[in-house]
Design a protein around this ligand. Structure first.
Ligand code: SF4
Ligand code: SF4
Length: 66
């Protein structure tokens, strides 16, 4: 897959909405602090970003997601 969800930890409020929105179970909230997308499972569909209430998820081309 060429795209991946990148989550801004500084903006994320750990609400868990993206975890429920992801059809692949690729997002997890770590330590109740912030969400992280698993690069191996994420297909870059963008559903998490559409659902996120704070707008802190960006879908990037994998070559840019460093
Ligand atoms: S882009 Fe799609 S597959 Fe990747 S974490 Fe978000 S909802 Fe899940
Ligand atoms: S929906 Fe947005 S604010 Fe909520 S846990 Fe996911 S990335 Fe963080």
């Amino acid at each position: 897959m060429r795209k991946i969800a990148v989550i801004d930890k500084g903006i994320c409020v750990a609400c868990g909405v993206c975890v429920k929105a992801c059809p692949r179970g690729a997002v997890a909230v770590y330590h109740g602090c912030y969400a992280v997308a698993d690069g191996a499972a994420c297909v870059g569909c963008g559903l998490c970003g559409k659902a996120c209430p704070t707008g802190c998820i960006t879908i990037l081309e994998r070559g840019d997601a460093k």
